[in-house]
Ligand binder design. Structure first.
Ligand code: S3P
Length: 178
């Protein structure tokens, strides 16, 4: 069986990068993190891109790189939480690989992101309210895009990766049968 392309989607703090790394190693896939790749190519961090170009500029860069990276073979890509905002991003993710939504609740996000200073959309007076609003807007978009949903609450990343690997394997096998 050829190696799949796997795309991890989900909100900030759902564990896409950490779980994705474990999962890629386990499945023999090349790991990329979309934000880290944007930062590497721009030579500045995401926060600086937001400061200079606004969210709109960041989304354009995000789309261009997503379009490029989702064509690579044997890839596991951890996307940014807002990658699903554009309909064309959702379509290309869904068409080009297996999309796994790491689903998590806002309480868990708050705990994991407590000290975060680098995510521009999180720098709000009331983080909880911001995350709840984002979840309300975006959960339907994650749902539209995902082939698989894996619950990431209260599970350490390694265990999470094992859980996701099992689900992905089952999904790929069922696709071969049908
Ligand atoms: C964003 C999530 C971030 C990053 C940027 C915007 C979002 O990625 O792309 O700060 O819109 O939710 P992570 O989900 O990896 O934190």
């Amino acid at each position: 069986m050829s190696l799949p392309r796997i795309f991890m989607i989900g909100p900030m703090g759902s564990g896409k990068t950490t779980v994705g790394r474990f999962l890629a190693r386990r499945m023999g896939l090349v790991f990329h993190d979309l934000d880290q790749e944007i930062e590497r190519r721009c030579g500045v961090d995401v926060r600086t891109i937001f400061d200079i170009e606004g969210e709109e500029g960041f989304r354009l860069r995000e789309h261009a790189l997503l379009n490029e990276l989702t064509l690579a073979d044997s890839l596991l890509l951890a996307t940014g939480g807002g990658s699903v905002l554009r309909a064309d991003n959702r379509a290309l993710l869904r068409d080009r690989g297996l999309v796994v939504w790491l689903k998590t609740c806002v309480d868990q996000q708050i705990r994991r992101l407590e000290k975060d200073q680098r995510r521009p959309l999180l720098q709000a007076p009331d983080r909880e309210e911001r995350l709840r609003k984002l979840a309300e807007e975006r959960d339907p978009l994650y749902a539209e895009c995902a082939h698989l949903i894996v619950d990431s609450d209260n599970v350490p990343p390694l265990q999470m990766a094992q859980r996701a690997a099992k689900r992905i394997q089952q999904h790929l096998e069922s696709e071969q049968v049908s």
